[in-house]
Design a protein around this ligand. Structure first.
Ligand SMILES: *[C@@H]1O[C@H](CO)[C@@H](O)[C@H](O)[C@H]1NC(C)=O
Ligand SMILES: *[C@@H]1O[C@H](CO)[C@@H](O)[C@H](O)[C@H]1NC(C)=O
Ligand SMILES: *[C@@H]1O[C@H](CO)[C@@H](O)[C@H](O)[C@H]1NC(C)=O
Ligand SMILES: *[C@@H]1O[C@H](CO)[C@@H](O)[C@H](O)[C@H]1NC(C)=O
Ligand SMILES: *[C@@H]1O[C@H](CO)[C@@H](O)[C@H](O)[C@H]1NC(C)=O
Ligand SMILES: *[C@@H]1O[C@H](CO)[C@@H](O)[C@H](O)[C@H]1NC(C)=O
Length: 860
């Protein structure tokens, strides 16, 4: 116990640091005979009591239990908090709705065989709180390093009679279960504080519903605010950004006796917690000791589409679209007036009545699965049988895989209306929805699940249209004025006769339900494997330009096109996409054209080979220049400044001006290519689309994020946004100015990494000292400082503080634009709390904050 008050009722205190649980009880009986005031213990035995100003301290000194009074309320509570965190953070409160007014009289003690909290131990008052349990002689209460307060029965080898983990307050700690014990019909859920300084039962709760396909709901009193979506084996269907990291893992257990969600950390010294805040937001925080702050890690609800039933039945919410609600293909708004007023909650109605059993199923990608309390799950079925099951029962409206990990297994089928669906740009899962055959067919896409005959028909049509194109190309085609070799085909096919295939190719995840035709005149040459092999000297090592997470890049010469030099990116296999999906994505990416993006000249798809053909860049990549002693002199300030502005414009185009919002996710010096005039061109954009939901390094199946360029929220929670690109851009700017790599820079004097060092000098008004000496003496000090300031603004800790690329471009180009003062950069300190094993081999794609390495496991 920390301080020994002058209280005649206070118990003997004793020391018991780091006691082994097995020895605990022997020790206790001995030690209680030897009162030693002033030291702390983790346990309370019969006849002892804990009074105000005394605390229990867990053996590893991680958690502390005692009395506290939040804010200026004057109300006292018994609670548990982190011992080592200066900013008091309460993880559990015993008497949340029955505060104590007079703390000096209150005591926690074991009485009548249980743990009770007495408001006045001298008077014979009723306890304000007690631990519900079955009776036992002389139990012992102990505070564990997990933050769990347990009541044990020493006569039954320490069996747990009661534990605080079963009665959460507003916080889920590692190892705690959120959900049901079905044998005892007992639910553990989170409930917010009433206000930031009032731990009383608040309005918001986060509760698991185990019926159907279990999921977790955020309630405001009794109405649902947000739904996590069911657990699909990897993550909650409504949390596509959820990724297991090496220091935190998530678990969802569905068994006959219990159904719960839980998470675990790799070490007791990593503090992570999930809380429901008094304003009704679910937030996960992780403690970063070096900054001395709780870092927001994840939160929900995030956007309009997270609000429950935003678009009603059969409506799909897409937060990147405007309006956000759309009806699924084959459906129209039930109430068009309300719909036009942006109220989608009325949902959608079928355009064509179903005609079971002739109906078809439409495959919808990247979906958050509909609400599934009424769904039926069969984990033994595969997707095909699942389709048959659903097709065979006319009241079945949709089906999906119950477990997407390992390629998909299990079956879940829905009956009745499908509500609260949304579609993500990536990271969702496939949902197959029953539609009248004519609605699937009329629109000309195969989007759905097509079996047997129709697959055959389709292949035939594809071949036929392929033939037509081939023939047409032979007759009339010219490729840049050259006679076209018949090895070049084209994607695109804007003619009538190929409408069927066109639609098939054109549908993208964003548009396939909108009903809009998206006819594009863009033609993209499709080369065959042999042509590419010839062009690259059979993919010889001599022609190898580089190797990245997505595959190997070769230099090639296309004989078809006047021997033009090209860069051929041979994608690693298992890109996770079929040829059709790949074509769609390539077509989308080919439409992105900008002076500061590398131009895609064609592609090659043959069996499991996929290649992208880009224009060749004479000056290779930025990293080969700025970080090279001999070459960095080539980049004087003017060139550097132009490069910075060019990258900013390219990124702005990707984020805002292009037709699809593209988040690059792997912006770094080696992905900036330079042409003969030193114009920067961003490469590898859209790769995240091609590789599906994650940036997957196909061989290792790990998330690629480049070390040194990852924003804190991405590194820690796998959260991407345009602001994570902005962060990477900021790092890039600072690297271009300083000529130093963020990764690998370590200043032994001040333990700061490049960002931290840069920030320090800039704050001290010594910004110009950062400029790379290789630049020489000719530069505009004003521009240099402006770039550093923009760089620092972009790498700020909080994503909200970082500017958008739009304002970056403005700030870079205007001498008069007012710029905010940057705050501390994310990851500015050389040491990080995230301890990891340094044995992670070469296979792991890692990011590092100097000494510390974190590995992110791919979620798939
Ligand atoms: C507890 O400690 C505070 C300050 O440390 C003191 O003001 C207060 O009187 C103490 N209360 C008791 C009951 O000892
Ligand atoms: C213990 O039980 C007795 C009898 O049931 C009761 O009178 C007494 O108040 C109880 N003590 C506490 C601390 O609850
Ligand atoms: C203890 O049990 C009683 C009755 O079963 C219940 O009303 C009370 O809420 C329970 N207390 C706790 C902390 O679970
Ligand atoms: C789960 O949700 C269903 C449908 O909303 C509801 O009927 C049921 O009572 C809920 N079950 C629990 C345990 O909350
Ligand atoms: C269809 O499924 C529902 C729900 O499981 C069931 O009640 C009904 O009997 C099934 N109908 C047929 C024809 O199998
Ligand atoms: C999901 O599938 C993976 C891989 O097949 C398997 O390891 C895992 O146990 C499955 N999860 C559930 C809940 O069935």
């Amino acid at each position: 116990m920390k301080e020994k008050p002058e209280n005649p009722f206070s118990p003997p205190s004793f020391s018991s640091e780091k006691m082994r649980p097995l020895l605990l009880f022997c020790f206790l009986s001995l030690l209680s005979l030897l009162p030693r005031p002033g030291s702390a213990t983790d346990a309370l035995t019969a006849d002892q009591s804990l009074v105000n100003n005394q605390t229990l301290l867990s053996a590893g000194q991680i958690f502390e239990l005692g009395f506290f009074t939040p804010g200026k309320s004057g109300n006292w509570y018994l609670g548990i908090w982190y011992r080592n965190i200066p900013e008091r953070t309460y993880v559990w409160v015993a008497n949340r709705d029955d505060p104590i007014r007079n703390p000096s009289a209150a005591a926690l003690r074991i009485a009548n065989g249980t743990l009770v909290l007495l408001p006045d131990q001298r008077a014979n008052t009723n306890p304000v709180w007690s631990a519900n349990r079955t009776a036992s002689e002389n139990p012992v209460a102990q505070l564990l390093d997990s933050g769990n307060l347990v009541l044990r029965d020493p006569t039954q080898s320490g069996r747990i009679l009661w534990q605080s983990f079963d009665y959460p307050t507003d916080t889920l700690l590692p190892g705690m279960k959120l959900g049901w014990d079905l044998t005892a019909r007992f639910n553990r859920f989170l409930n917010s504080w009433a206000a930031p300084d009032n731990p009383g039962t608040g309005k918001f709760s986060f509760k698991l519903n185990y019926t159907g396909f279990p999921e977790v709901f955020l309630f405001d009193s009794s109405s649902i605010e947000y739904r996590s979506g069911p657990w699909n084996g990897l993550r909650f269907s409504g949390v596509p950004e959820m990724q297991p990291l090496n220091y935190i893992s998530f678990e969802f257990v569905t068994a006959s006796r219990e159904v719960y969600y839980s998470f675990h950390v790799s070490s007791d010294t990593i503090y992570s917690r999930l809380s429901v805040t008094p304003d009704g937001v679910l937030r996960r925080y992780t403690w970063i000791p070096d900054i001395g702050q709780w870092k927001p890690f994840w939160y929900a609800p995030k956007d309009q589409c997270d609000s429950y039933r935003e678009c009603g039945a059969y409506g799909i919410c897409d937060s990147n679209a405007s309006p956000v609600c759309k009806c699924m293909r084959g459906f129209r708004p039930r109430n068009p007036e309300a719909w036009n007023l942006r109220d989608g909650s009325g949902g959608c109605a079928r355009e064509t009545d179903l005609d079971c059993p002739r109906d078809k199923f439409l495959r919808m990608r990247n979906m958050k699965l509909p609400e599934s309390a009424a769904a039926v799950v069969d984990r033994g079925l595969g997707l095909k049988e699942c389709g048959e099951l659903c097709a065979g029962n006319c009241s079945c409206t949709a089906y999906a895989s119950a477990n997407v990990s390992g390629g998909g297994s299990g079956c879940v089928v829905w009956f009745g209306g499908l509500v609260d669906m949304r579609q993500y740009p990536e990271g969702g899962q496939d949902l197959y929805v029953r539609l009248a055959a004519s609605d699937v067919g009329n629109d000309g896409t195969m989007g759905g699940f097509i079996i047997g005959l129709s697959v055959g028909l389709c292949v035939f049509l594809l071949l036929l249209s392929g033939c037509l194109v081939w023939k047409r190309k032979r007759l009339i085609s010219a490729f840049r004025g050259q006679k076209n070799d018949h090895k070049v085909r084209r994607l695109g096919l804007p003619e009538r006769s190929q409408d069927f295939m066109l639609n098939d190719v054109v549908i993208s995840s964003k548009r396939d339900y909108s009903g809009e035709r998206n006819v594009d005149e863009l033609e993209l040459p499709l080369y065959d494997f042999e042509t590419m092999a010839v062009a690259t000297g059979n993919f010889s090592d001599d022609n190898k330009l580089g190797q990245g997470g997505f595959g190997v890049v070769y230099k090639g010469r296309l004989l078809e096109v006047e021997g033009q030099e090209v860069a051929v990116k041979r994608l690693s296999r298992n890109s996770g996409q079929g040829s059709e999906e790949f074509k769609n994505e390539v077509k989308l990416i080919a439409k992105l054209q900008h002076r500061n993006l590398v131009r895609l000249m064609g592609c090659c798809i043959e069996m499991d080979e996929k290649m992208l053909i880009y224009e060749y860049m004479e000056n290779r990549s930025l990293d080969s220049i700025i970080f090279s002693k001999s070459k960095s002199k080539l980049l004087n300030w003017e060139r550097r400044f132009n490069i910075i502005c060019g990258i900013a414009r390219g990124l702005l185009y990707l984020h805002q001006d292009s037709r699809f919002r593209i988040i690059h996710r792997d912006l770094k010096a080696s992905n900036i290519l330079l042409d003969g005039e030193w114009t920067p061109k961003i490469s590898d954009f859209g790769m995240a689309r091609i590789f599906g939901s994650d940036q997957t390094e196909a061989n290792t199946r790990r998330v690629v994020g480049t070390y040194g360029y990852m924003s804190p929220e991405y590194a820690m929670d796998g959260l991407f946004s345009i602001k994570s690109d902005v962060f990477s851009f900021g790092v890039l700017v600072i690297e271009i100015v300083t000529g130093k790599k963020n990764r690998g820079f370590y200043n032994p004097n001040d333990e700061l990494n490049l960002l931290g060092h840069c920030w320090k000098l800039w704050k001290e008004g010594k910004g110009l000292e950062l400029l790379d000496a290789a630049v020489g003496n000719v530069y505009s000090a004003c521009e240099v400082l402006r770039c550093i300031q923009v760089g620092l603004l972009c790498v700020q800790e909080r994503a909200e503080d970082r500017p958008t690329m739009g304002s970056v471009v403005l700030m870079l180009n205007s001498e008069t634009a007012t710029m905010p003062q940057p705050r501390t950069p994310g990851f500015c300190v050389g040491r990080s709390p995230l301890e990891t094993d340094s044995s992670s081999g070469k296979q792991d794609v890692t990011f590092t904050v100097n000494q510390v390495t974190c590995t992110m496991l791919d979620a798939r």
